[in-house]
Design a protein around this ligand. Structure first.
Ligand code: ZN
Ligand code: ZN
Length: 424
């Protein structure tokens, strides 16, 4: 086995596919914008980038400046019979700050403000740290957290929820869009661009070269294990720590099937109250009307806003059901094997992983509505018990998709080579 050359850890010319587990050789050079794809399942293993350390730094600085503006300026202003109410981004989570809804307040604050800001600070710390003559130890940890937190920073989902809330508010009162909204749109674009401009393998190589990694000796062992923390392939023993990022090395996520099943079961149970109970009660001219999630989509349809009705229906009703079914199919296949449909199942996994967070649209819409209308003269909107149950379904299915190990589907198929579905 070719082992690490002096001063270099692991086998940097190899990559383990995160979707199917195949360990393969990466091209030595990758032109900017070119992609290296998995030879078995087409997952993108690496993308070439022109300036993987400089461009994200500029974009992260821009995103942070825009975020500060978004936090300070008014987001939406509403006029109800001459009374003007402005809401700011930090004020939104406070709308949920009433008994029984603190979890929603915390979830909104975390996913819309705290985690996006934290991600930007982590990225800036890593990229600025790498510019120092002697990069500080521990940067490897910040870089790992930066990528781990990615699905939980939901600025773009929030903006869509805000848009749906806006279309409902204009039916009730005069609504003015504040400058924070444009700033937040800028944050979203700059953060997406900062993620896309990076090449994590290049950053890890720079961290290693700069001495910002734990400084462990290269490993030796019987199996090739791709680190899930930093992607480095090591010849190592199961359960040892990655020499570059200190993450514990496991060939496959341990206990993932049982944990994912438990999360799917909990989410399935909560799906019932999430749809049966009202997510909000709108009190208008002294009369209170409870609204369920399905009712919300119906209201939009009745108002002639069918594209939005379709969006809310897909994001809030169809996606959670498809996620629960998709996760169950993948979990069964990772134990029993999957016949010849391995690539399709891998595509299903990517879809489940990608769309899950968009179901938060309804929760964010509710936060905006409650925040803006609660002190109104004519109308009040209060969150209902369905909202917390619904948010829990979204979070639990996201956690289940994170726990699930898609590589097990391919492993299970490889264990039964005699069947028609032998892997390619
Ligand atoms: Zn693959
Ligand atoms: Zn690692």
């Amino acid at each position: 086995m070719t082992h690490a050359s002096p001063g270099r850890l692991g086998l940097p010319h190899l990559a383990g596919c995160p979707d199917c587990g195949l360990i393969q050789r990466l091209p030595d050079r990758l032109a900017p914008r070119a992609a290296a794809e998995c030879s078995r399942c087409d997952a993108v293993l690496r993308r070439g980038r022109r300036d993987p350390l400089g461009a994200p730094l500029a974009l992260a600085l821009a995103a942070l400046a825009l975020m500060l503006a978004a936090l300070a300026l008014p987001l939406l202003t509403i006029d109800i019979r001459g009374r003007s109410l402005a809401t700011t981004l930090p004020g939104l989570p406070l709308a949920f700050d009433r008994p029984g809804f603190q979890e929603l307040a915390l979830l909104t604050a975390a996913t819309v403000v705290l985690l996006p800001v934290l991600r930007l600070l982590l990225l800036l710390a890593v990229l600025l740290g790498l510019r120092l003559a002697d990069p500080p130890r521990g940067l490897h940890r910040l870089h790992r957290w930066y990528w781990a937190l990615r699905p939980w920073a939901m600025v773009e989902v929030f903006l869509l929820g805000l848009f749906v809330a806006y279309t409902r508010l204009v039916a009730m009162a005069e609504v003015e869009v504040g400058p924070a909204l444009w700033a937040l749109g800028g944050v979203m674009l700059a953060m997406c661009a900062a993620d896309a401009a990076q090449d994590p393998r290049a950053t890890w190589a720079a961290l290693e070269a700069g001495g910002a990694t734990p400084g462990r000796a290269p490993l030796a062992g019987p199996r090739l294990i791709a680190c899930t923390g930093c992607g480095l392939v090591n010849a190592a023993e199961e359960g040892t720590r990655c020499p570059r990022c200190a993450h514990v090395l496991h060939e496959r996520r341990r206990g993932s099937v049982g944990q994912a099943w438990a999360l799917v079961a909990a989410a399935t149970i909560l799906y019932l109250p999430a749809n049966a109970y009202p997510v909000m009660t709108v009190t208008y001219l002294g009369r209170g009307t409870p609204h369920t999630i399905l009712g919300g989509a119906e209201d939009l349809l009745a108002a002639g806003l069918w594209p939005l009705a379709l969006l809310v229906f897909i994001a809030s009703i169809a996606v959670p059901v498809l996620k629960l079914l998709g996760l169950s199919v993948l979990l069964v296949a990772s134990r029993r094997g999957a016949g010849g449909r391995l690539r399709d199942l891998t595509r299903l996994y990517r879809l489940v992983d990608l769309v899950g967070r968009w179901s938060m649209i309804d929760v964010f819409m509710l936060a905006v509505l409650v925040a803006l209308v609660q002190a109104g003269v004519l109308a009040t909107i209060t969150p209902g018990p369905g909202a917390a149950a619904f948010a829990a379904v979204v979070v639990l299915t996201m956690l289940a998709a994170e726990r699930l190990d898609p590589r097990l589907v391919w492993d299970a198929a490889a264990r039964q080579p005699a069947r028609d579905g032998s892997p390619a």
